[in-house]
Design a protein around this ligand. Structure first.
Ligand code: HEC
Length: 179
């Protein structure tokens, strides 16, 4: 029994190594976005903040944060356009919910105060700069993930064309929040 378990651990390790070392191989990696082969970048949760935003439509009410890796943050600070290869921007989207706890505290000095905070994660979106690999889409590869899994191809077909109006800023809408 012990040997079988050990063998299973070994096989799992080999499979995991092969899977992680070939993100854009012949067969599509399940963790990679369709069309672009973009995966969730490790360590993204500790990246620096670019800005925050809110999106309200008739279907969604979200709070959003944009974070950048070192290369992207440096480019933002120095105003470098286009963003250099290796830049990665992630956008984290949450539901926006009212905080009754906060409201109670704030109601004293601010009657009728309405405080909103992040609720649950909705999805995350990733833009990866590689001017050669993604030459056809402004040098950016796109990925949209929900619960760690990429969205379908139809969704990814829409990314670049909608980002085209921001061509002057290298297809990136978000501006660096001053402070
Ligand atoms: C309907 C138009 C539209 C589509 C489709 C779209 N985006 Fe965006 N995207 C925007 C706008 C506008 C912003 C800035 C406002 C915001 O973040 O809500 C944005 C922001 C972003 C950001 C933060 C950096 C930036 O450009 O501000 C990322 C990352 C991103 N989108 C990735 C994607 C990915 C990946 C897809 C496809 C799966 C996609 N977007 C599809 C319009 C779009």
């Amino acid at each position: 029994m012990k040997r079988i378990v050990l063998m299973m651990v070994a096989v799992t390790a080999v499979v995991a190594t092969v899977a992680s070392s070939s993100p854009v191989s012949g067969r599509m990696d399940e963790a990679a976005s369709p069309i672009y082969g973009v995966t969730i970048p490790p360590g993204y949760r500790d990246w620096k903040m670019i800005a925050v935003a809110q999106l309200k439509t008739d279907k969604v009410d979200q709070l959003r944060a944009q974070l950048g890796n070192e290369i992207a943050i440096k480019a933002y600070k120095e105003g470098t356009i286009p963003f250099p290869d290796g830049s990665i921007i992630v956008a984290l989207h949450w539901t926006r919910v009212a905080s009754e706890d906060n409201d109670k505290v704030l109601a004293g000095p601010f009657p009728g105060a309405q405080s909103f905070v992040v609720g649950s994660p909705v999805n995350m979106q990733v833009m990866v700069k590689d001017s050669k690999k993604y030459a056809a889409t402004g040098g950016w590869g796109f990925g949209d993930f929900k619960d760690g899994k990429p969205a379908d191809e139809a969704m990814h077909k829409a990314c670049f064309s909608c980002h085209e109006p921001a061509k002057d800023r290298d297809f990136v809408f978000t501006r660096y929040a001053p402070f």
